[in-house]
Design a protein around this ligand. Structure first.
Ligand SMILES: Cc1ncc(COP(=O)(O)O)c(C=O)c1O
Length: 375
């Protein structure tokens, strides 16, 4: 049996909507992007959303819009994709890592205060695998030390904790529509922010110019100016068209992933040699990545044997501080963030997507259980 690690949920309607854009005259940032931004802001219950080309771009622009300057420190987690810390470097800042909670893999909010220095300007929590960090606690710390909060919500579109969704307790929340994300346009991203900041972000995503192509295209020709130095990160109508229909179905897609998650959880609870992370109180987990933790010395052989059985797997993540660039430039070493390192050595991500069939789920469960007995 072949079980892909991921299959997207783009359907004929999404393709039809995208074809319509392709047959129109206007391909770049225009009405379809504006409609996606409006609908996504409504979904998140935030003032505004700005569409960009990736979550990395979203993080980069958010850090700049919040005034991160060369040498400023940004507190974040090593248990993430390298894009999170890289975006801090792109903005000229210094990522300062704080270890994570054993139970969830999220940044341990109780350790943040000890990492704050005179140079700290922001906190960048990552809602790992779709479970939100303790944003209430993080917000209290940020207010006490006058720090900005930028959320990496790449995994967490549908998430909620204690009544707060991404974007509600922060200055900016960044989303990804990368190929394996809960909704996807192949590549893509968005920032949720207050209206004033969103206006600046709209300029920053397009070189810092004050009129987009749609402003120039409609009505009498208007000259544009460039008050800021920006980047070229604007989402186009083609990508927005792919996302619009998925956004309408987002809760239905979540429901199926939640069902699969619970099936996995029931099957793997109490199994010898395997640990699961926890979903903590009063939260809605976005169910982005389902991971199991096995004995570190067995992880790679289980990973490879699952592949041999035709099951797609991934490792999310080996911690950022131990990647070569970070070791060489920042002199990080093994032992610096032991909880993140423990997860990094023992984690395996299993297939989780709405199109996953019940027979495939049973096959994944049976295969992993029998491998745990063998290796
Ligand atoms: C936690 C996290 N942050 C940031 C990113 C970067 O997203 P993008 O590929 O859209 O730049 C990813 C992408 O996989 C991610 O998983």
């Amino acid at each position: 049996m072949k079980v892909e690690f991921f299959r997207h949920s783009i359907n004929n309607q999404d393709i039809g909507r995208t074809s319509k854009v392709l047959r129109s005259i206007f391909l770049t940032t225009g009405k379809t992007v504006a409609e996606f931004e409006r609908r996504f802001a409504l979904y998140l219950n935030v003032e505004d959303v700005v569409g960009v080309t990736s979550c990395t771009a979203a993080l980069h622009l958010s850090l700049l819009a919040l005034g991160i300057k060369p040498g400023d420190e940004v507190i974040t987690t090593p248990m993430s994709f390298c894009a999170t810390a890289n975006a801090v470097l792109h903005a000229g800042g210094i990522p300062v890592f704080v270890d994570v909670e054993e139970e969830t893999g999220n940044i341990d909010a109780n350790l943040i205060e000890a990492a704050i220095t005179k140079k700290t300007k922001a906190i960048l929590p990552v809602h790992l695998y779709g479970q939100m960090c303790d944003m209430v606690k993080i917000k209290i710390i940020a207010d006490k030390y006058k720090l900005a909060i930028i959320e990496d919500a790449a995994h967490a579109i549908e998430a909620e904790r204690e009544g707060f969704k991404p974007g509600m307790l922060s200055d900016a929340a960044c989303f990804s529509f990368y190929a394996t994300k809960n909704i996807t346009s192949g590549e893509g991203g968005a920032i949720a922010a207050g209206r004033e900041r969103a206006e600046i972000l709209r300029m920053l995503r397009l070189h810092g110019i004050d009129k987009s192509a749609i402003d120039r295209y409609t009505g009498r020709y208007k000259h544009w100016d460039m008050p800021l130095l920006g980047w070229k990160y604007n989402m186009d109508n083609i990508h927005a068209a792919l996302l619009l229909g998925q956004l309408k179905r987002i809760d239905k897609l979540w429901k199926r992933r939640d069902e699969i998650w619970r099936t996995y959880e029931d099957a793997f609870t109490g199994i010898k040699g395997l640990r699961l992370l926890k979903t903590v109180g009063q939260s809605r987990h976005a169910r982005h990545l389902f991971t199991v933790l096995v004995k570190p010395e067995k992880r790679d052989s289980i990973l490879h044997k699952l592949q041999e059985k035709g099951i797609g797997v991934a490792v999310n993540y080996r911690p950022t501080h131990l990647l070569k660039y970070y070791r060489v430039v920042f002199k990080y070493m093994e032992g610096d963030f032991p909880v993140a390192e423990g997860i990094g050595k023992s984690t395996i991500s299993l297939p989780l997507y709405p199109a996953l069939k019940d027979t495939a789920i049973s096959y994944v469960i049976k295969s992993l259980k029998s491998l745990l007995k063998q290796v």
